[in-house]
Write a protein that binds this ligand. Structure first.
Ligand code: SAM
Length: 364
């Protein structure tokens, strides 16, 4: 892999000076690049890496009900190319990588890829977001490569509702995986997209789950992403209303903020319960100020904000032998300077959707 050594270490570089992280003289390692800082002073530490846009479920909030066209295989990054990107990101200060999709395990070889990442970047905090339907046989590997927590999408504990939302009657496989993850000592964050008229009548089930299982159950506000999903003003169930519904059943005690661990979720302990309840207020109350993430789509496009359809194509860089890691790094830095405040895009959108690309192709 190309080493990117600053040819003028004693002069530092633009970021050393402008972002107040110390000059190159003050830093112990002269060859370590400056951290990745965006145009709003936010430091990027987290990459969400979509390994595929293919998924075995058809969730009504994630992909359109119209016939889906997938990214052609030739355009999907090879695992080796993805690992190179992770290496570049690691050098730029990224410490956490989340594999997402589509469904990560719907792509052949995802196991081997996790193993490759762990072997090459043993200090990287590896995470996974999955629908859990294909997960169970891979749980021993997750332990082996040190995955500390898994985000499991589960929008309903009612089997029929699950089948309606996802288009597949596969809830038993998800519940079984959830059980196995807990037995293996892996933390589970259950993500439930909150939808009026779909799962808003199921608070008893959700509360029962956090009372009896040591899980973090996070309601995600339904985001208007891509056309043809179920989203409309009527299906939007705001976090404030969800919280009120939960508090009719249980006392919620706010947790101290641990942004690094909780990410965008506001977490609450449940009085007398084993688990916690949380809210990801992606629509009603933004957390853009603390956004530390970038996204890489499976076709090699860098996306600096979930709500921003401007993407920076990196695949041709990765496939051009003349392009070095330093060239790619420069493009990433440039993209970061243009990272917007997503809440502004959401507020100023003209139609329903804030972005055209569907979540299934971005990775959430
Ligand atoms: N297939 C995996 C899964 O189901 O977790 C990973 C991909 S999925 C796109 C990642 C996350 O995005 C899931 O937690 C899903 O619930 C969430 N998501 C998808 N569409 C959403 C939307 N319109 N609003 C809020 N969350 C959404």
């Amino acid at each position: 892999m190309q080493a990117d050594v600053n040819p003028f270490p004693l002069l530092g570089n633009r970021h050393d000076v402008e972002e107040g992280v110390g000059t190159a003289c003050e830093r112990a390692d002269f060859s370590a690049p400056a951290p990745l800082v965006d145009g709003h002073g936010r430091v990027v530490r987290y990459l969400r890496l979509s390994v595929t846009d293919r998924c075995n479920l058809r969730c009504m909030y994630c992909c359109s009900n119209a016939r889906q066209t997938c990214i052609p295989h030739t355009q999907v990054l090879r695992y080796e190319e993805m690992a190179r990107m992770v290496g570049i990101m690691a050098r730029l200060g990224v410490t956490k990588v989340r594999l997402t999709g589509g469904e990560p395990f719907a792509r052949k070889g995802c196991d081997g890829f996790l193993y490759m990442l762990h072997s090459r970047f043993p200090d990287m905090d590896l995470r996974l977001t999955t629908n859990g339907t294909l997960l169970e046989p891979h749980i021993p590997l997750l332990r082996q490569v040190g995955v500390k927590a898994v985000n499991l999408s589960l929008d309903s504990f009612d089997r029929e509702t699950f089948a309606k939302v996802t288009g597949r009657d596969m809830q038993p496989a998800v519940l079984s995986a959830l059980d196995r993850l807990l037995s293996a000592g892996i933390r589970v964050k259950v993500n439930a997209v909150a939808m009026r008229g779909v799962n808003d009548g199921q608070m008893d089930d959700f509360v029962h789950a956090v009372r009896t299982m040591p899980i973090d159950l996070r309601f995600i506000e339904f985001m208007p992403m891509g056309s043809g999903t179920l989203w409309n003003a009527g299906t939007f169930w705001p976090a404030a209303d969800i919280r009120a519904e939960a508090e009719r059943r249980v006392r919620l005690v706010p947790e101290k903020e641990d942004r690094a661990e909780a990410g965008p979720a506001r977490m609450f302990r449940v009085k007398g319960g084993k688990g916690r309840l949380g809210f990801i207020t992606a629509v009603s109350c933004h957390f853009c100020g603390s956004c530390n993430r970038l996204r890489l789509t499976s076709d090699g496009n860098l996306r600096t904000c979930l709500f921003d359809d401007r993407e920076y194509a990196l695949r041709h860089f990765l496939r051009d032998p003349a392009m070095t890691d330093a060239d790619i790094e420069r493009t990433i830095r440039k993209a970061c300077t243009e990272k917007p405040v997503g809440a502004e895009l959401l507020a100023n959108r003209s139609g329903d959707e804030v972005a055209a690309r569907q979540m299934v192709g971005i990775g959430g």
